[in-house]
Design a protein around this ligand. Sequence first.
Ligand code: HEM
Length: 243
Amino acid sequence: VLLAGLEIFTQSGWAMLSRWGHFLAGITWIGLLYYFNFVQTPAFVEFDAGPRTEAFRKLVPRALWWFRWAAMFTVLTGILILGFQEQFDGDYMKSPSGISIFTGVLFGLIMFANVWLVIWPNQKIVIANAEATAAGRDPLPNAAAAARKGACASRTNTLFSIPLLFFMGFTSHLAPLYNTVEGGKRATYWLIVLVITIAIEAIALSAPAVGKPQAWHIDKHRNTIIAGVVYWAILIALFEILF
Ligand code: HEM
């Protein structure tokens, strides 16, 4: 009875607690994603083979544990916010805020699938390869290809994270100022967004063989950052033109 009187245990309170969990998990996930892309991968290139094997056995598994479970917690708390705010009700999906959050959620779900279905399974092969090498056994023949597949998905997630984070904040803080959206314009928006997003993801999944060049936007992390900002600019231009 005492607790029921507190604001924090109201529906808005639960939405706020979900938001808090969402921020904590989101910064853990995306922080580690940036660490992998901007710090670890370039540094490992300069490591000698011995210390690199050691790092793959002792450091990488720990970082990947926090990474994948933070991704899980981010998605679950994101869905909780949607539920507690009753955002599935009424015409939310048709409003600028609804379009904004579902743009972010689209990126978030693809990134989540990349973590659990591409990056983690391929990194497990790379870690197993380090264990085999450390134990004096033959290296795994598919380790280099697995590392490349994981890296392509990881860079792609970095690209998507740039517009994703914008749309997470945009939803409540600027999108409400845009106009109510007509069906035809909404369809145009989603068509363009889906075509670009699916094309970017398809490139990630068709990781070229080791030694073959990669697509420009995932070839270097600098290019990935530029591509992420360009994609954000395209999306905000669509908002300005259509809504
Ligand atoms: C599938 C994954 C995700 C889902 C379902 C989701 C869902 C949501 C929802 C429903 C909101 C509330 C929007 C509003 O009404 O203001 C939100 C806000 C937010 N999300 Fe996510 N999100 C996801 C991924 C992420 C990721 C990866 C991050 C990275 C850090 C993130 C960071 C944020 C931030 C910073 C806000 C700002 C809230 C505010 O301005 O109050 N989200 N998210």
